[in-house]
Design a protein around this ligand. Structure first.
Ligand code: ATP
Ligand code: MG
Length: 236
């Protein structure tokens, strides 16, 4: 058995909206091995972000179990969940979520604070600059994020996520706001960061070309996951 970075079984999630109920997840099982990449595709509203939010401990399922890095989460309180999330999980969202009042370098340094490693320390500054350099953005370190293009801002968001040294990266349409060429470039950086660090990645995307780069591709529909493409070299 490969070591699992993330393991979820029997996840259910229903939203209650006034009179209505919407059963978005109806028994989802998902495993992500250490170092593995997985893509998740599905129509708008099918529950991709809902699932990512549960796996990233940003929200709780109605039923089911989630283990992150071997730690069971259902009995953890908020502070325990926050610590585990900060230590194990990185996020990259479609809209970058950079802080406009801080410089590029400071935004990246704040990624270490999320992981419990303090914020504006000299060691974090050095690591932030190292990641900005790897991502080709060291010359922009002192600028405010709004001066950067979308692709550049997303690379800053990747650097920020990397500063917490996550074991799992959860990406919700990381190229959704970018043109095709820039999207490919950002995806290249994400995969390179995974390779270099051994990080696992779960990638939500509408783009099949991007999904196809993952080890496994899953679809989500009617609250359930189905395997669309197994890893290369297997015949099941
Ligand atoms: N907090 C909430 N309260 C009520 N309904 C919600 C809530 N969050 C999501 N939903 C509903 O749950 C369904 C799944 O939403 P979700 O955001 O997970 O879809 P998605 O697959 O990420 O879609 P997209 O591709 O458009 O991002 C949608 O119908 C959405 O309206
Ligand atoms: Mg979504």
């Amino acid at each position: 058995m490969p070591e699992l970075a993330l393991e979820a079984t029997g996840l259910h999630k229903t939203y209650h909206d006034g009179e209505g109920r919407l059963a978005v997840l109806r028994g989802v099982d998902i495993n992500l091995a250490v170092g593995e990449s997985m893509a998740l595709v599905g129509r708008s509203g099918s529950g991709k972000s809902t699932l990512l939010n549960l796996l990233g401990l940003l929200d709780r399922p109605d039923a089911g179990e989630i283990r992150v890095g071997g730690t069971a989460t259902e009995k953890l309180g908020e502070s325990g969940r926050n610590r585990l999330r900060g230590r194990e999980i990185g996020f990259v969202f479609q809209n970058y979520h950079l802080l406009g009042d801080f410089t590029v370098e400071e935004n990246v340094m704040l990624g270490a604070a999320v992981g419990g490693g303090g914020g504006f320390r000299a060691t974090n500054r050095a690591r932030a600059r190292e990641w900005l350099d790897r991502l080709g953005l060291i010359s922009r370190a002192g600028q405010r994020p709004f001066r950067l293009s979308g692709g550049e801002q997303q690379r800053v968001a990747i650097a920020r996520a990397m500063l917490a040294s996550p074991k799992v990266m959860l990406c919700d349409e990381p190229t959704g706001n970018l043109d095709a060429a820039t999207g490919r470039e950002v995806a290249d950086w994400l995969w390179r960061a995974c390779r270099e660090t051994g990080m696992a990645m779960l990638l939500v995307t509408h783009e099949m070309a991007l999904a196809d780069r993952a080890d496994r591709v899953f679809g989500i529909a009617d609250g359930e996951l189905s395997l669309l493409r197994p890893p290369a070299g297997t015949n099941n």
